[in-house]
Design a protein around this ligand. Structure first.
Ligand SMILES: Nc1ncnc2c1ncn2[C@@H]1O[C@H](COP(=O)(O)OP(=O)(O)O)[C@@H](O)[C@H]1O
Ligand SMILES: [Mg+2]
Length: 209
């Protein structure tokens, strides 16, 4: 089941134990994730992890997915939102081996779905309709969805695009209904690790080792 969940190799190592909260919001996010697992499956709304790159949104979403599979044996699926749209579009090609429904079926059926990087694709009408269709079907079937997005609800002081700009008012409001928002702040973990390594290497060099 883990293999069928399409969790990317890069994230296979992710679990709650290895998530180190370096910022207060990360501590809160981890607590919400733990509470989600405690309550599962008696829970009726999903989670929407919001925040900049590298704060561990995907890490937490994957950690939850893995635990639901191993603890409960429920069908789970991970999709990067851009890949999903690409696969749907590819299915329209007349020589495609899969139909749109074949791509969508597991996405609609999975007991728990992670849709990673919501809003990352250019928000054309088609993209909006497609997200709406997936979200509505899953919502009506009372299936849980965990979303992540790099777009926030406020534009910030540089006037960045908001999640509403990317997915539209109606969908954003739907997400409010079906998910608890979890905003995560902090530094890019990948960069931090890299900087720590550079510091370490420099120290080693200075010691003449
Ligand atoms: N707080 C954390 N503790 C441990 N690992 C982290 C943490 N935050 C991020 N990571 C790791 O850093 C990398 C980037 O995190 P990711 O979940 O992809 O961030 P995001 O989805 O927010 O852009 C991943 O390998 C992840 O496992
Ligand atoms: Mg991510």
């Amino acid at each position: 089941m883990l293999a069928e969940a399409r969790i990317p190799k890069r994230y296979e190592h992710c679990d709650l134990e290895s998530y180190q909260p370096l910022h207060a919001t990360q501590k809160t996010a981890k607590k919400f994730a733990e509470r989600f697992l405690d309550k599962y499956p008696f829970i009726d709304i999903g989670l929407l992890f919001l925040g900049p790159c590298g704060v561990g949104k995907t890490h937490l979403a994957v950690a939850l997915l893995k635990r639901i599979i191993t603890d409960r044996g429920d069908s789970c699926l991970f999709y990067d939102f851009r890949d999903l749209l690409r696969e749907i579009q590819a299915s329209w090609n007349s020589v495609a081996r899969t139909s749109e429904l074949e791509v969508l079926r597991p996405v609609l059926d999975a007991k728990v779905l992670v849709l990673d990087e919501l809003g990352a694709n250019k928000p054309t009408d088609w993209v909006r309709d497609t997200i709406a269709h997936i979200i509505n079907c899953r919502y009506n079937d009372k299936k849980l969805t965990l979303f992540t997005s790099n777009f926030l609800d406020s534009a910030g002081n540089r006037g960045e695009e908001t999640l509403t700009d990317r997915i539209g008012v109606r969908l954003r409001s739907r997400l409010h209904e079906m998910c608890r928002d979890i905003e995560i702040e902090g530094k890019d973990f990948r960069k931090e690790i890299k900087n720590a390594k550079v510091r370490f290497d420099t120290e080693i060099r200075n010691f003449g080792v």
